[in-house]
Design a protein around this ligand. Sequence first.
Ligand SMILES: *Cc1c(COP(=O)(O)O)cnc(C)c1O
Length: 384
Amino acid sequence: MHDSGSRIWLSPPHMGGTELDYINDAFKKNWIAPLGDNVLGLEEKLEHYLESNSHVAALNSGTSALHLALLLLGIKEGDEVLCQSFTFAASVNPVRYVGATPVFIDSEPESWNICPVQLETAIKARISVGKKPAAIIAVHLYGMPYKVNDVNAVAERYNIPIIEDAAEALGSTIDGKKCGTLGTFGVLSFNGNKIITTSGGGAIVCKAPELKEKAVFLATQARDAASHYQHSVLGYNYRMSNISAGIGCGQMEVLPLRLQQKNELHQKYISFFKSIPGVKVFTNYNSNVSSNHWLTCITISDTQSTGKSTEELRQVLDAHNIESRPLWKPMHLQPLYKGYLYFGSKVCQRLFETGLCLPSGTGMDEEQILRIFTCLKGYFGDIN
Ligand SMILES: *Cc1c(COP(=O)(O)O)cnc(C)c1O
C-alpha cells in the first residue's frame, strides 16, 4: 500500500528566500562567469561564521577541496594516507587522484568516527616498516564531531597533518569550536543534500592567507603572473561559479535557522524512540559536542529478540513513499578498496549492518512529519 502524499526525501535542498536576490544581482552586473561578488561574499560569510583565523576558498565541490588539501600538503605518489573507513567514498578517492594509497582505520563507538587508538596502532605499524603516513583524513560523519582532542594528540605526537572532512558538519561544534576549523585544512560541501547547498559546491578552509591564495591558484588552472597564458605547475578548474555562490550567500543567512530546525526534528525522534526497546538514536556523546544533526540516524541492536531490523524499517518507510538510507558502507568493505590495509575490528561494520538514516529535511511541514511518525508507530507498535 502506498501513501498518496508526495515522496519525503532524506534531506532535500531548502531555500531560505534571498538566494534569488543574489543571483539577480549577478545577472544585473552580468557577472555570470566564474568569480564575482557572490563568490567573495560567500567566502567572507564563511570566514566570519567559522572565525578561528579561517581563510576560505569557495570551490565547485567538497571532493575538489579534499583533492586540493592533499596537493597543498604535498601528498604524492607512493605516500600513505590514514583514512576513516566509515565514510562516503568522496573522503577517500582524492587520495588516489594524487597517486597515494589509503590505509583504513576503524571507528570508535561513541562518535562513530576515526578511532584514536587504532589510529596510533596504524601509525606505529607503518613507521616500523619505514612507511610513515603522510596525512590523516578524519570525518565528522552525519555532523557528529570526531574525538578531536584525542585525534589531535596522536597526530601531534607523530607530527602528521590532519585533513578535516567537515562536509557534513557545517554548524557543528566541539568545545565551542566550529567544525571545519580544527584540522590542518578543513573541507566543506554544499552539495544538494547537505545542511546548506549551492546546488553543488564546496570549500577549503585554510589557516593562512598564503595557503588560500595557493588553493585559488591551483583551482583556476595555475596561471603564472604573465599577460599571456603561462603555466609552470599542473592546475585544475575547481572554482565555484558566481551563480552557485549566490545560492550559498542566501543559504548562509538561514544556517542558524536550519541548525535549529535539524535539532527540533532530532529531538522529536529522540522522544519517540525513548520507549522503543533495542533502538538507539545517534546523538551528542557528551556535553562538549554539538552535532548539526544533518541526518538523524538510529541503530537497532537486538533484531533477534525484538524482531525489528533497519532494513525492514527502510522497506516499510519506502512503501509509504518515505526515503531513508542505510549508513555509509565502510570503505575497507568496498569492492573498490579490496585488499587495502585496514586497522580495526568490526565497529564500523556493525554500525553499517544495524543502522539507518531517517528523513531529516528541514523543509517538511507538520503533515509530512506526522506521516513519518505514523509510519514509525505502525512498525514499532503504538506504545508512546
Ligand atoms: C558530501 C561529502 C563529500 C563530498 O562533497 P561533494 O561536494 O559532494 O563533492 C565528502 N565527504 C563527505 C563525508 C561527504 O558527505
